[in-house]
Design a protein around this ligand. Structure first.
Ligand code: SAH
Ligand code: SF4
Ligand code: F3S
Length: 464
């Protein structure tokens, strides 16, 4: 069994692009590589193995990979001159979308591994034979992957837990259904096992991840008496309530939700389960029904606004965040005005907004009436100005309030810690290191562009 013995002294550098799902996957790749002797390198030049965990969502994101590969080619040559070696792997959504084209365009690449196949990295590294050309592994083996992602080390009091992957929605602008495949839910026991293991290591907050997290469905655990019966009888609301019972887990979040899957059970859980944080990322993309239809979103603007009203009726203090695309094909100035009107009607605590990017293979790319770049720039600037005003107002409204903060890491100044409010805002406060990983009340005194600042209050003091 010599091939099973850990290789000593190897190092890996993983660069992550894209969404939280990729951040999670990068952490799991590091976990898989540790037992076979790979420690984290501080820079790509120093690494025996470099993994680019890539994103294909917009053209700019995908192109970054090739410029990085250009730099790595030089680093690899320098290592070779010094008698060393460097294995270069491209993982993630560009790997899935472009497959073998990557090694054709960048021959320096040794391995291309899709997001549902990276659990095979240890085997692939063992059979890595340069002479046979680049290794290509892009099967959709997501169930097998879920099975293999059991052990992990927590690296702080807040952790991501994947509960669902893939997407069946096929929004006409989006590559995710092609790069991540069909919606697959991870079974309850595996999720609970991972959450318990994290709680045992001091994790206080878990964020359930999925491209369509609220499409998650699973069978209730054996012996469950919640009244559910058949297969996939539990939805995300039941799962959250169940995870809330794990000792040590104080906060639960989930992202990203789709308006079509925001069912009454989940809304009720948001209203009733105090461990569910009052923050919901619920992308709408646009405010015009014509554009929403062309995007294949499956809901109207009014349906979305009503949904927000219903969620707020259940959890009045909930902070809403969203994603927006401007300049989808056929979007007129009137359509765009309807997006602004929807934003005014909803009031967002935070948001991401993008110019439409034409993605090869998606229906949107072939649509006529593509919007001119200058027009997109103009709309994006107007939308972002409005969203920024809303975000600033939301943050300013916290001044004088006492918010429970989970302290996650040291702040920039000595004696200071940084944590998160229930609304996902960064909060700075003077606090001893011993409070890292704990939740404590902070009176908010100030807002900076990207964070809140406050002071710890004595537990005895009244929360105002
Ligand atoms: N599953 C999530 C996230 C998808 S990707 C969801 O459904 O919301 C994150 C965001 O990227 C999307 O919400 C969308 O706003 C943006 N996006 C996706 N494809 C895009 C494209 N072709 N051009 C511009 N933005 C895009
Ligand atoms: Fe993409 Fe739409 Fe699926 Fe979100 S719901 S991942 S935007 S196709
Ligand atoms: Fe990008 Fe893939 Fe996430 S395309 S946004 S890394 S699912």
């Amino acid at each position: 069994m010599t091939e099973m013995r850990p290789k000593q002294g190897k190092s890996v550098f993983i660069r992550t692009y894209g969404c939280q799902m990729n951040v999670y996957d990068s952490e799991r790749m590091a976990d898989l590589l540790k037992p076979i002797g790979y420690e984290a390198a501080s820079a790509p030049e120093d690494a025996d193995l470099v993994i680019l965990n890539t994103c294909h969502i917009r053209e700019k994101a995908a192109e970054k990979v090739y410029s990085e590969l250009g730099r790595l080619k030089k680093a690899k040559a320098r290592r070779a001159e010094a008698g060393g070696d460097m294995t270069i792997a491209v993982a993630g959504c560009v790997a899935q979308a472009e497959g073998a084209e990557i090694s054709a365009r960048a021959p320096v690449v040794d391995m291309v591994i899709g997001p549902q196949a990276y659990h095979r990295l240890p085997e692939l590294l063992a059979r890595d034979a340069r002479s046979r050309g680049a290794v290509l592994e892009t099967d959709f083996a997501v169930e097998e992957k879920f099975d293999r992602l059991a052990d992990r080390e927590a690296d702080g009091p807040a952790a991501f837990v994947t509960v669902q992957e893939g997407c069946d929605k096929f929004c006409t602008f989006c590559v995710v259904p092609y790069t991540r495949g069909a919606e697959v839910s991870r079974p309850v026991d595996a999720i609970v096992g991972e959450a318990r293991a994290l709680a045992a290591q001091g994790v206080k907050e878990i964020t359930l991840l999925g491209q369509n997290v609220n499409a998650w469905a699973g069978a209730a655990p054996a012996g469950d008496t919640s009244g559910a019966s058949g297969r996939d009888d539990w939805k995300l609301g039941e799962l959250c309530r169940h995870l809330a019972k794990i000792g040590g887990i104080e906060r639960i979040r989930f992202t990203t939700s789709h308006p079509r899957d925001m069912d009454d059970g989940l809304i009720a859980a948001l209203g009733e389960e105090p461990k569910l944080m009052p923050y919901l990322h619920l992308p709408v993309q646009a405010g015009s029904d014509g554009v929403l239809k062309a995007m294949n979103r499956g809901h109207t603007a009014e349906h979305y606004v009503r949904l927000i009203e219903k969620i707020r009726a259940a959890r009045p203090d909930i902070a809403i965040s969203g994603d927006f695309i401007v300049g989808f094909p056929g979007e007129t100035n009137e359509d765009f005005e309807e997006t602004l009107a929807l934003v005014e009607a909803v009031g967002y605590a935070s948001a991401y907004s993008f110019k439409y990017s034409r993605r090869p293979g998606t229906p949107g790319a072939a649509m006529r009436q593509q919007v001119a770049e200058a027009e997109k720039d103009d709309r994006l600037a107007r939308l972002q100005a409005l969203l920024e005003r809303q975000r600033t107002a939301f943050n300013a409204a916290q001044i004088g309030r006492v918010l429970p903060v989970l302290f996650e890491k040291p702040g920039r100044h000595p004696g200071q810690l940084v944590g998160r409010s229930p609304y996902l805002q960064s909060v700075h406060a003077k606090a001893p290191d011993s409070m890292l990983g704990t939740i404590a009340p902070v009176r908010i005194e100030d807002v900076t562009p990207n964070a809140l600042a406050g002071a710890l209050i004595d537990e005895g003091e009244d929360a105002a």
